[in-house]
Design a protein around this ligand. Structure first.
Ligand SMILES: C[S@@+](CC[C@H](N)C(=O)[O-])C[C@H]1O[C@@H](n2cnc3c(N)ncnc32)[C@H](O)[C@@H]1O
Length: 274
């Protein structure tokens, strides 16, 4: 899986992944995206005590870095317990090539160490990195546990297995009632998938050149849900039909194909009614 470096507009580097033909971050600012799309909207920096965060797709570890760097700047009293899922075991080699040339480097070295040694514990955080398919790894997570989930795979078209109703149901079960899921996609079928998984789904921030993101929760009152009208309208749109993967093990191609067929059937049924 070849990864090629690309400098983004906030001077931090992302990498282009040949397997997915996609960069890991927005070219308008990789670190900026981590901070403004995930860390701040998750509201975990406002919490006290033990704060648990699930990081779906460690990638370069920027979401974890932005969380820890901001927490340290605020000098808060929380203890962060972070679990990252990552499929690509070669990711630490790529991380080792990255430097920020500022005081983020010290923390980033600890994140690289967690990616290599699979766990790092300090006085104020514990970071566990689990390698494998997130669909399998999530089964070993406790229910009602996470205060935030940074949901950050590649795009739905390229990485559909992590954008299905069934995977979002798993995320729903490991979240606390006031937990917040952050993600960068605002696609109708992604919001429909989160809604069908049981989440209250709201509008996330707009960062760089990306369209607004999406945030979701079981019960956190700070997430203003999109109204019933929004989801009623989605029921009339073929493009709002979500990916499914009931057994959480199907090939990406099969998941795409199943959605494609469901959209085709939906259009046929709707034409027959007109
Ligand atoms: C967009 S990058 C994540 C960027 C990252 N969050 C960061 O802060 O730098 C997506 C990551 O998800 C990983 N990934 C893709 N499919 C996966 C799967 N099924 N299970 C676990 N990780 C997966 C990829 O290997 C890649 O590292």
């Amino acid at each position: 899986m070849a990864l090629k470096p690309l400098k983004t507009e906030d001077s931090t580097y992302t990498f282009f992944d040949d397997e997915y033909s996609e960069a890991m971050h927005s070219l308008s600012g990789a670190y900026r995206e981590a901070l403004y799309m995930h860390v701040l909207p998750s509201r975990v920096l406002e919490k006290e005590g033990t704060v648990c965060v699930l990081d779906v797709g460690l990638g370069l570890g920027y979401n974890v870095l932005a969380l820890l760097y901001e927490a340290r700047k605020r000098n808060d009293n929380a203890f962060y317990h972070i679990v990252s899922f990552e499929k690509n075991p070669a990711i630490p080699c790529t991380m080792e090539t990255i430097m920020f040339h500022d005081d983020r480097d010290e923390l980033y070295k600890l994140i690289i160490r967690a990616a290599i040694e699979k766990e790092v514990t300090t006085a104020w955080y514990n970071h566990v990195v689990l390698y494998g398919d997130a669909r399998k790894l999530i089964a070993s997570m406790p229910e009602d546990y996470f205060d935030a989930v940074f949901h950050d795979p590649f795009s739905p078209a390229k990485n559909p297995e992590l954008w299905t109703v069934d995977f979002f149901k798993k995320i729903y079960h490991v979240c606390r009632d006031d937990g917040i899921v952050t993600t960068y996609s605002a696609a109708f079928h992604i919001r429909a998938a989160m809604h069908q998984a049981g989440f209250r789904v709201g509008i996330g921030p707009q960062v760089g050149r990306k369209k607004e993101g999406t945030i979701a929760t079981r019960k956190n009152a700070d997430v203003v849900p999109l109204g019933d009208d929004y989801f009623t309208a989605l029921k009339t749109m073929a493009k709002a039909i979500p990916f499914t993967d009931e057994l959480l093990c199907d090939d990406p191609e099969l998941i795409r194909q199943r959605r494609h067929e469901a959209m085709h059937d939906f259009k046929k049924d709707h034409q027959a009614l007109e």
